[in-house]
Design a protein around this ligand. Structure first.
Ligand code: COS
Length: 382
């Protein structure tokens, strides 16, 4: 057992840190103010192969492993969770193809995604189907060589700018008339309409959309796996990507802790730094302990995913729920250390506090994570 990152991961961490300092940190506050997608940062990420991290090397990626993803996402999130979403979203939107695609489907979609020439979205959630995936209503009906898809999707990250969307639908078995969850790869320009851009509390530098699917045509050859495989594909994707959400939370907790430590060193009261007060020291120590614990749980979950551990889904749920609950606590603690300053836009902790709330919600609420964890402990039938 070795708790140190190997040379390759350390080099990745350093190169992402450098890029974040140059390109992301100076823009983080402005992105929160104006919203939208930072295309210039996307170009820098594409050039520096950051967007290639989610993809296997055979398809132009850097390996497609969860642990390097977690390390890169953590580093970006220290400065801006909105920008980290760019990488997390590319992984989430494409993972179904990596996991369940045929060789031909992978060759068709993955190389351009790995180059950052195209962007991906994950079309699962609907207005009436969030936590309960099986109750989704969007329907795909066969018409010759196409499926014709009708329905709507809600809270879809990058639905407005994605070129491909792994889209979860119900197909109808012609023999039994039974409706089954299936996964299609839909392409831009085939009939998905952005009906709304959400106004959110945080992660304002990433777009969240409502989509209206109006007779969207998807070639039958874009079906991933078989009809009826969609539910399991959706769950397998989330087993991987929840480690990336945990990494967002760890990155923000660390960013907030760093800010609180610096403030405690520099901010004077009665001529002495507030860091000399034990009340402040206790808070900083708690924040450090919890952030480290969340980081190691996140790295372990990602490593277990990469090793195909049979309990990888449970570990990624543990990491996602623990790290995101803890991030709210740590960032709230950082605001408390900064006092009124922390409540203003002069410091990034107020933005982090707003950005960190969503990790307790998206990719399955933390209540759902606890169900996943408990069922995994109890076994089939619970
Ligand atoms: N990998 C592979 N298969 C899985 C799986 C996983 N991680 N999780 C479940 N399955 C399989 C089960 O083994 C079961 O297979 P069989 O029918 O062959 O027995 C099937 O899928 C159904 O599983 P289950 O009965 O557990 O499904 P539920 O409808 O009870 O739902 C939860 C389970 C609630 C855990 C699931 O719907 C979930 O994770 N929801 C949250 C979705 C989410 O994260 N939404 C956010 C969207 S992305 S922003």
């Amino acid at each position: 057992m070795d708790f140190e990152l190997d040379q390759e991961l350390l080099a990745l961490k350093e190169s992402v840190q450098k890029l974040v300092q140059e390109k992301v940190a100076p823009r983080a506050g402005e992105l929160d103010e104006i919203g939208g997608y930072p295309w210039d940062i996307k170009e820098a990420f594409a050039e520096n192969r950051i967007l290639a991290i989610p993809f296997p090397s055979e398809y132009g990626g850097t390996g497609g492993k969860a642990l390097p993803m977690a390390i890169a996402v953590e580093e970006i999130s220290k400065a801006s969770c909105s920008v980290a979403m760019m990488l997390s979203g590319q992984c989430l939107g494409s993972a179904a193809i990596t996991i369940a695609g045929t060789e031909e489907q992978k060759q068709q979609f993955l190389p351009d995604l790995a180059k950052g020439k195209t962007l991906a979205a994950y079309g699962l959630t609907e207005p009436d189907a969030g936590s309960d995936v099986a109750s989704l209503q969007t329907t795909a009906v066969r018409d010759g060589d196409d499926y014709v898809v009708t329905g709507s999707k809600r809270f879809i990250t990058y639905g407005d700018i994605a070129d491909v969307m792994t889209l979860f639908v119900k197909t109808v078995d012609p023999a039994t008339k039974e409706k089954k969850v299936s996964c299609l790869v839909a392409e831009r320009g085939t009939g998905w309409i952005v009906s709304k851009l959400e106004h959110k509390i945080g992660i304002k530098g990433s777009t969240t959309t409502e989509l209206f699917l109006d007779e969207l045509r998807v070639p039958v050859k874009n079906l991933l796996g078989k009809e009826g495989d969609g539910f399991k594909i959706a769950m397998q994707v989330l087993d991987k990507t929840r480690t990336s959400i945990a990494a967002q939370a760890v990155g923000m907790a660390q960013g907030a802790l760093d800010c609180a430590v610096q403030f405690a060193r520099e901010h004077l009261q009665n001529g002495k730094p507030i860091g000399r007060k034990q009340g402040i020291q206790m808070k900083l120590a708690d924040m450090e302990m919890k952030t480290e614990a969340a980081r190691f749980l996140t790295y372990m979950a990602a490593d277990k995913y990469d090793r195909h551990d049979p309990d990888r889904g449970r570990y990624s749920a543990c990491a996602k729920a623990y790290a995101s609950d803890l991030a709210m606590e740590v960032i709230g603690g950082a605001i408390q250390v900064l006092g009124e300053y922390g409540y203003t836009k002069k410091y990034p902790v107020e933005r982090m506090f707003r950005d960190a709330k969503v990790q307790q919600i998206y990719e399955g609420t933390n209540e759902i994570q606890r169900i996943v964890i408990a069922r995994s402990l109890l076994g089939k039938g619970f």
